[in-house]
Ligand binder design. Structure first.
Ligand code: ATP
Ligand code: PRP
Length: 296
């Protein structure tokens, strides 16, 4: 099929083709019912149920494609957006791919503070962010700074041991890679997480809003459970303080006038404590349900 000729009337949505964000993006697309089949080795997939084409790109290239208006939407890390310096709208924090770009030095080496690295060589995949950081540290423009910033495309953590640089600027999530390489962080350049990014030139706001609303629904379904219980009417004010719901709890009458049924969305991470509190205030038949999907 001549794919390119099928793109003109579709919204182009750039998603990472591999790496740390890939699996989470696929499950977000699945939860949003954006259906597609990805053919082997092909980086463009036409959606079968919406006028969208998914463009699979390296996470680092997505800001450029969206920033230049070639793709209306994209998913990538804020670190990549800041590194590219493009003007895109940060549409939504997707709450995964959370990590920090940090300045790291050999653990038992001579450098303890960022200022001691002025004039030294820093190795990174984030050349622009690292230059900006050191230019600010030196109090000069990027052109006039003394610190040298060297690009490598991956395995940045090996650079100090191999003598390629004095320090590195690299992403840290659990800290395992850094510790295994005998490095420690002495400062954070930027905190990052995956975001939905939106082109300022996009022309299909209706479809963009539909996709945003579906993704918001997937995120809310991950964050909340539905909690149902029966409550003595007299205890309702105290019980509703525990389960106020996202907007408000649903309270329905029961055959027994002294009791009501309550249904509310509750944050998953608090559910055990909330159920204990409901029980202490004489609620009964307390049930919680996973939310498969929702619109919020
Ligand atoms: N350890 C991590 N934990 C969480 N998010 C990360 C981590 N490493 C990278 N990311 C996020 O994922 C984005 C893409 O990084 P990744 O290393 O997967 O890129 P890649 O170069 O496309 O893939 P690969 O490393 O497989 O070649 C980063 O810009 C960052 O936002
Ligand atoms: O703090 P941690 O949980 O150990 O994660 C940090 C590591 O993850 C990223 O690399 P990745 O493994 O994606 O491969 P790369 O080095 O090829 O970029 C990053 O560049 C670090 O090396």
């Amino acid at each position: 099929m001549d794919l390119v000729n099928h793109l003109s009337d579709r919204l182009l949505f750039a998603v990472p083709k591999k790496g740390r964000l890939y699996e989470k993006c696929l499950s977000l697309l699945q939860g949003s019912d954006i259906q597609f089949r990805r053919s082997n080795r092909l980086d463009i997939s036409l959606c079968t149920n919406l006028p969208i084409a998914l463009i699979f790109l390296p996470a680092a290239d997505i800001p450029t494609f969206v920033g230049e208006g070639r793709c209306a939407l994209g998913i990538t890390g804020v670190d990549q957006v800041e590194e590219s310096g493009v003007d895109v709208e940060l549409g939504m924090d997707l709450l995964f791919g959370r990590c920090k770009l940090q300045i790291q030095v050999p653990e038992n080496g001579k450098f303890k503070e960022p200022k001691e690295l002025i004039g030294k060589t820093i190795v990174t995949s984030f050349v622009n962010l690292t230059k900006k950081y050191f230019a600010e540290l030196e109090g000069v423009s990027v052109q006039d700074m003394k610190t040298k910033v060297k690009f490598v495309g991956g395995s940045v953590e090996a650079s100090c041991a191999l003598g390629v640089g004095d320090a590195i600027a690299d992403l840290v999530e659990s800290g395992e890679t850094m510790r295994a390489a005998g490095l420690c962080a002495i400062d954070t350049v930027i905190d990052t997480s995956a975001h939905l990014i939106v082109s300022k030139d996009q022309t299909n706001s209706e479809l963009v809003e539909l996709i945003k609303s579906r993704i918001e629904g997937v995120l809310a379904a991950q964050k909340y459970v539905l909690c149902n219980y029966n409550a003595p009417r007299s205890n309702l004010p105290g019980l509703l303080q525990l389960t106020p719901g996202r907007r408000a709890a649903t309270v329905s009458p029961l055959e027994d006038d002294d009791w009501v049924a309550v249904s509310a969305m509750v944050e998953k991470k608090n559910i055990a404590n909330i159920m204990d509190g409901l029980k202490n205030q004489n609620a009964s038949d307390i049930l919680t349900f996973e939310i498969a999907n929702c619109r919020v």
